[in-house]
Design a protein around this ligand. Structure first.
Ligand code: ADP
Length: 286
């Protein structure tokens, strides 16, 4: 890797190539597991597609791929055409997961170079066609795959998912710093499991609503929105039916669809700002 004038090596991202046909690659990360990173990645991808974009979703959580379940891919075969993986066209998006290439219940024990190779192949050997957004669900924490990602393709930026508690924030801050060190801009923070609406209709701040929003403020990062704890969201994730989360007539009411739409709208806006920062504003003269 070449060195900058100051002697420090350039951030891996600054020399990574753009993925052909993909306008915006967005990584979804989290400081720790179980905060709802995959859930947010899936629902952001579907929400962006519902807004008219061509969207791909890559399950880069190669140690614990969730997409076969969350998208209901178990019965589908992985097609390979002319040596390239064909993504599954489901719920209005195109999706690919390592989970369809390995045995479902076998532990995925990757050594560093194997993890690197598996992730790189998923990115580079999938026939995405033209995409407005490629959403990439990363493993939690600050491990090898994030470095591979930064070296493999040019990203518009990363989204950080965090629950409101202090312990989740501490890990999220470390993950934010990692993205920044790799040269990947953090486009914003999502607060998941922010509050809960009980059967009595009251809102309960189980984990301390607003904690992740305050963390975003402290780090000078945009806040993309908050998603409530919602039993229907957990159920639709288990049955692989994400479109149900956007039904305003569902029993849970508008809180969930509104929250997911808000996230996607705010992400769109941050992506437009990030594109302007790198390219300058696009002038259209008619
Ligand atoms: P991660 O990718 O961070 O490990 P997941 O997205 O797999 O986390 O979510 C962990 C579990 O929590 C899943 O069963 C998922 O359905 C559930 N879950 C995530 N977010 C919510 C939420 N806002 N409301 C209810 N359940 C949720």
């Amino acid at each position: 890797m070449s060195e900058t004038a100051g002697g420090a090596p350039p951030a891996p991202q600054s020399v990574a190539p753009a993925l052909p046909g993909v306008r915006h690659a967005i990584a979804v990360g989290a400081g720790k597991g179980g905060v709802g990173k995959s859930t947010i990645a899936v629902n952001l991808a579907v929400a962006l597609a519902r807004r008219g974009h061509a969207v791909g979703l890559l399950d880069g959580d190669i140690y614990g791929p969730s997409l076969p379940t969350m998208l209901g891919l178990h019965a589908l075969e992985q097609a390979v055409v002319a040596g390239k993986l064909s993504p599954h066209a489901v719920h209005g998006i195109k999706a690919i997961t390592i989970g369809k290439l390995v045995e479902a219940e076998k532990p995925l024990i990757w050594r560093g170079p194997m993890a690197h190779g598996a992730f790189k192949q998923l990115v580079e050997r999938t026939d995405w066609g033209e995409l407005d957004y490629l959403v990439i669900d990363l493993p939690p924490g600050t491990g090898d795959v994030s470095l591979t990602l930064a070296q493999t393709l040019r990203l518009t930026g990363a989204v950080m998912v965090c629950t409101p508690q202090r312990v989740a924030q501490d890990d999220a801050v470390r993950a934010v710093r990692m993205f920044q060190q790799l040269g990947i801009p953090v486009l914003g923070v999502v607060e998941n499991m922010s509050w809960f609406i009980g059967d009595d209709g009251k809102e309960y701040d189980i984990f301390g609503r607003g904690g992740a929003e305050m963390m975003a403020q402290r780090l000078g990062l945009p806040f993309l929105g908050a998603v409530p704890i919602n039993m229907a969201l957990r159920a639709s994730s288990d049955t692989g039916e994400p479109l149900k989360n956007f039904d305003p007539d569902a029993a849970g009411g508008r809180a969930l669809p509104d929250a997911l739409e808000t996230l996607a709208g705010n992400l769109e806006a941050q992506v437009a700002l990030a594109a302007m920062r790198t390219r300058g504003p696009e002038l259209r003269v008619s």
